[in-house]
Design a protein. Structure first.
Length: 158
């Protein structure tokens, strides 16, 4: 039976693509979560006022890759030490976050974060939040076009 995980690591286009290419990942979906505004649009989230992060919901086959393997990939695909920023993109919507779906995921995410901090790979403290998943709002369909063909990020729209 497949399982689901949700991660935020900056602009969801690159994050979704990185997870999509992994063996054992069944599907990915870009969207918004972790905020207080119901049914936000991309433009809403880009204002930074919704509280949502650009995130990716990952459906995976745990017989091929476990949650721990996804966590390892998550740490490598972004800089978890920059609060509310990834590359040129700046704002709370680009924060580093692991949205856990159950207690097992919470424990695994917190332990993984502690191991990553202790690894010595980072000169600054990790700021990644580990927080309970809330409603996940799928990104608009036109986002898939931009992801595959290039397009502006929120940081460039503002």
């Amino acid at each position: 039976m497949n399982e689901t995980a949700i991660f935020a690591a900056g602009c969801f286009w690159g994050v979704e693509e990185a997870f999509r290419r992994m063996e054992g990942v069944v599907s990915t979906e870009a969207g918004y979560t972790g905020g207080h505004t119901p049914d936000p649009t991309y433009e809403d989230v880009c204002t930074g006022a919704t509280g949502h992060a650009e995130a990716v919901r990952v459906v995976f086959d745990p017989r091929v890759i476990g949650y721990g393997g996804l966590l390892e990939a998550f740490w490598r695909m972004h800089d978890p030490t920059t609060p509310d920023r990834q590359g040129p993109d700046l704002g709370t919507q680009y924060r580093s976050a692991i949205f856990y779906l159950d207690e097992r995921q919470r424990r695994a995410a917190e332990a993984s974060r502690a191991r990553e901090q202790a690894s010595g790979r980072h000169r600054r403290p990790i700021v990644t939040e580990v927080t309970e998943a809330t409603d996940f709002y799928r990104a608009e369909e036109y986002q898939k076009y931009h992801m595959r063909h290039g397009g502006p990020s929120c940081g460039l729209i503002r």
